[in-house]
Design a protein around this ligand. Structure first.
Ligand code: MLT
Length: 393
């Protein structure tokens, strides 16, 4: 007998988008050893963890050295101290959650893939494209049909729901990766109403909510009426608090989310208690510090640095008369490639001529062709230098 592998892997592109980009960069570095590259590609942060987090991490390491304060296995769904801190953070914004509707995860991308376990193997997934490529790839790996809904420049890359978007699971991301576009309350309410009318479940990726300015735009889907019967929210400290390498996220599944008589919250408890032993005590202590007043102040200071980068990028694109969206309430700027250039052509040109790395729009789906993504996550100095190099060409 020969073991049959999951043949759906054959339906994927040979490598994941950011791996494909890394391979091109590696080839360039091999030919040009020692050349400094200006990285505005993958959305990885450049500032270190804030002081409040670092102190909490150190204290937690010391706990692990003490017989009295040592922690072994953690509760699979998250430590009560962190689940409560996250629920309190939502409460401050007027969203009331039970502590056990909050789940601690090792990051939003891990969670978005794992969540497919909640739905029947035949479930379809609707993805608004251009989209974060992991949504599509996770469904392709699971052999599930993907409904691609194109988003276009004319509608600000924020399509309204319509019959062609019908699917069991609806992926929404706001502020959006890669376009930086943000749904307002009316637009998001339309998706909530659509999901409730169709009996679909929204997987709402809110990884970039901390970049939203003010309270007019929704930070959480649970600010909208009816969301508790149709939505799961997936959040992350990666971009909010620089946890890309530290890893911690959180997910909200309300009690009212029930399909075919089954509570998705209860199913997720069953799933987590089976498939994980929870996130490390040390990391959860560091994460809890993000939600203290000091942690909130310090993380806001870091976000202000990235927003300043976004501002200089926006000013430069305005000055050059290049169409773009994003940047104001998101760490991503989504620009039209100049002179009808293809997005991979622009990628190669920037890499080879001025050593700047961005992300080709085509990597986020065919609707992304002709567009290019820049991130604001670099240091301010690198962003300014990258910008002056882009101006050269
Ligand atoms: C991106 O660049 O799109 C993100 O950093 C990827 C991620 O969050 O996994």
């Amino acid at each position: 007998m020969t073991t049959k592998p999951n043949m759906h892997y054959a339906d994927l592109q040979e490598s994941y988008l950011f791996r494909r980009i890394a391979q091109r960069i590696e080839a360039y570095e091999l030919d040009h050893p020692g050349t400094h590259l200006y990285r505005m590609g993958i959305g990885d942060v450049s500032l270190p963890l804030c002081d409040a987090v670092i102190r909490a991490l150190h204290a937690a390491v010391d706990d692990q050295a003490s017989t009295e304060r040592f922690h072994g296995y953690m509760p699979e769904c998250g430590a009560p101290f962190l689940r409560e801190a996250i629920a309190a953070h939502y409460r401050e914004r007027g969203v009331v959650l039970e502590t056990d509707e909050v789940f601690v995860s090792s990051g939003a991308s891990d969670e978005l893939g794992a969540m497919l376990d909640l739905f029947d193997a035949s479930s379809s997934a609707m993805v608004i494209e251009p989209a974060y490529p992991a949504y599509v790839d996770a469904n392709v790996i699971a052999g599930r049909p993907v409904v691609h809904v194109p988003a276009r420049e004319e509608e600000g890359f924020l399509p309204e729901p319509n019959e062609s978007a019908r699917a069991d699971v609806l992926y929404l991301c706001s502020p959006n990766n890669p376009t930086g576009a943000v749904f307002n309350k009316t637009q998001l309410q339309a998706w909530v109403d659509f999901a409730n009318a169709c009996g679909s479940v929204i997987l709402f990726d809110a990884a970039y909510e901390a970049f939203i300015e003010g309270d007019e735009l929704p930070h959480s889907i649970f600010e909208l009426e009816g969301a508790r019967t149709c939505a799961i929210e997936i959040c992350s400290l990666s971009k909010t608090a620089g946890f890309t390498g530290t890893r911690l996220g959180y997910t909200v599944i309300p009690r009212e989310l029930v399909r075919a008589g089954m509570s998705l919250r209860d199913m997720w408890v069953r799933n987590r208690t089976t498939k994980t032993n929870g996130v490390s005590y040390i990391i959860q202590r560091g994460a809890a510090a993000v939600f203290t007043p000091e942690g909130q102040r310090q993380t806001r200071e870091h976000i202000a640095v990235y927003k300043r980068n976004a501002r200089v990028l926006m000013d430069a694109l305005d000055e050059a008369g290049v169409w773009y969206c994003g940047g104001r309430n998101a760490p991503y700027l989504w620009m039209r490639c100049p002179d009808g250039m293809g997005s991979w052509d622009l990628f190669d040109r920037l890499l080879h001529e001025v050593q700047v790395i961005g992300t080709p729009g085509e990597g986020f789906g065919s609707c992304g062709e002709g567009y290019f993504r820049l991130t604001a996550f670099g240091t301010h100095e690198n962003t300014l230098e990258a910008l002056s190099r882009i101006r050269e060409i």
